[in-house]
Design a protein around this ligand. Structure first.
Ligand code: SF4
Ligand code: SF4
Length: 471
């Protein structure tokens, strides 16, 4: 679309529904520079989980890029034939790894969803619930913490047992009922329980801030605690900004770019004010979103530059520690581990070797490679809730690939942790699901225990020899 037409469309956005013009009408329309570089070679097809499952061209990266181009050129409307493949996409970015032309399919999909969100805002029961959580719950820390307390009460008071026994949970759709069964035990959020600045152990090597996240700090607060402890052990002063917000990734995936932008602006201000060397993230999806703030705010002159500066500081915890020079733990963790590459770590951030190096650095850990480790598990934000069938098929493949001999499946994303725990439960398997950093933390904790044992033994020996001398 030429620039004049685009501008005209933007000016008419209130009066011209998209279905009538067949064009993208709102800000952040899919960029011609991005879709025009697709040469239709098809090298992305085999990498795409939805194409692998359906064999349908419109459920492939090439097909989706073509549809986006068609709408941009006014040859197609924002109708169901467009919306379905755009929302069936997992936004897993496996196609970007495979594409020789560098087509940014993920970014195009997210921009297309933004247009659909304007043209046809979420409605009905599902739409209202998702809008409520994305706008009224995740971005509000106090509400999230209340929800966490409520869930903890549900888990601890016996209500969970009663509801399960009486079969009342049968009113839930089957996939939600299964999810309830693997819900992790809610702990204490790190943002509320730890001080704003945690001092390093030994000589200070870096000053970093940690993104505690929304769901992460409620459902996986132990991962956040393990992250802080590991950073501190490695000589980092850790800042936990209390005013930080949810990263906005789920909102971008759902097409609600306005809410995501609001969250991004607040995070940029808070983290830049913290004056840190790096912003450390332990959730792949959040890390990718933070690294893309520059793109999200490209049309915001007040924040465009600040967003780029901020994004430069964002780093996954495994990459940060390996680059810093990780202190080898003296403690052992005797276990066989396989590692699942979260899409937003491997494909979106190119972080593949560092988590493996981190695990290999721990005595006792035997790393067994997972076949197709970087194929999506079906979690994909809230995809497993909105598209349970496709998500379930991908999950089954992932679980079947887990080598029989492993005891632990490690990964770097809370969504994948929930999804793979669900698959293990569904397939009646026994593997434990852990975040990579939790295994490192275990090794440091074992080191502490060994030191304490040695100290007690040495004290006992000294006491023994002292009493011998006194005789
Ligand atoms: S997205 Fe990339 S790999 Fe796929 S068809 Fe286009 S150019 Fe080829
Ligand atoms: S992001 Fe994933 S699901 Fe979407 S087109 Fe690319 S490979 Fe397929």
């Amino acid at each position: 679309m030429d620039q004049t037409t685009k501008k005209d469309n933007l000016n008419q956005k209130e009066s011209l529904p998209c279905e009538q013009t067949g064009n993208f009408l709102w800000e952040d329309a899919p960029d011609e520079d991005k879709f025009s570089v697709c040469v239709h070679c098809g090298m992305c097809l085999d990498a795409c989980p939805t194409y692998q499952e359906t064999g349908l061209e419109h459920q492939s990266p090439r097909g989706r890029v073509y549809l986006i181009k068609s709408v941009a050129e006014g040859r197609m409307n924002l109708n169901e034939s467009f919306k379905d493949p755009i929302f069936q996409c997992l936004d897993c970015r496996a196609c970007e790894t495979a594409c020789p032309s560098g087509v940014q399919v993920g970014s195009l999909i997210e921009e297309a969803r933004g247009q659909i969100h304007h043209a046809d805002p979420p409605r009905g029961v599902k739409g209202t619930i998702s809008k409520f959580f994305l706008r009224e719950v995740f971005p509000h820390t106090s509400r999230l913490h209340k929800l966490g307390k409520l869930t903890r009460f549900y888990q601890k008071s016996g209500a969970q047992r009663v509801l399960r026994k009486t079969g009342l949970l049968n009113i839930l759709p089957p996939h939600l009922k299964e999810m309830e069964q693997v819900l992790p035990e809610v702990g204490t959020p790190v943002k509320a329980s730890m001080p704003e600045v945690v001092e390093p152990e030994g000589e200070k090597r870096a000053r970093v801030a940690i993104l505690t996240g929304c769901v992460m700090d409620i459902m996986f607060s132990e991962v956040n605690a393990a992250t802080v402890r590991s950073l501190v052990t490695n000589g980092c002063e850790v800042v936990i900004p209390k005013q930080q917000e949810c990263c906005g990734a789920l909102q971008v995936h759902a097409g609600d770019r306005e809410t995501a932008k609001e969250l991004a602006r607040r995070n940029i201000d808070v983290f830049l004010d913290a004056n840190v060397d790096k912003v450390i993230v332990n959730a792949a999806g959040c890390g990718a979103a933070l690294k893309e703030y520059g793109e999200l705010l490209q049309n915001d002159p007040a924040y465009r530059e600040k967003a780029e500066i901020f994004s430069e500081k964002v780093e996954d915890v495994s990459k940060f520690l390996v680059d810093l020079g990780i202190r080898k733990p003296e403690g052992k963790v005797e276990t066989r581990v396989t590692y699942h590459d979260a899409c937003h770590l491997a494909h979106a951030q190119g972080v593949r070797q560092e988590p493996r190096k981190l695990l290999e650095n721990i005595d006792g850990v035997e790393l067994v490679e997972l076949p197709d480790a970087d194929r999506c598990c079906g979690s994909a934000g809230i995809y497993n809730i909105t598209h349970p069938d496709m998500a379930g098929r991908l999950l089954d493949r992932k679980i079947e690939d887990i080598p029989d001999e492993v005891e632990v499946v490690a990964m770097g994303n809370p969504g994948c942790m929930m999804q793979i725990a669900l698959g293990i439960h569904r397939h009646q398997r026994k593997e434990q699901v852990l975040h990579t950093i939790q295994i490192l933390d275990m090794a440091y904790q074992n080191e502490q225990k060994q030191k304490q044992t040695r100290f007690i033994e040495a004290a006992a020996t000294q006491e023994g020899s002292g009493s011998d001398e006194n005789r």
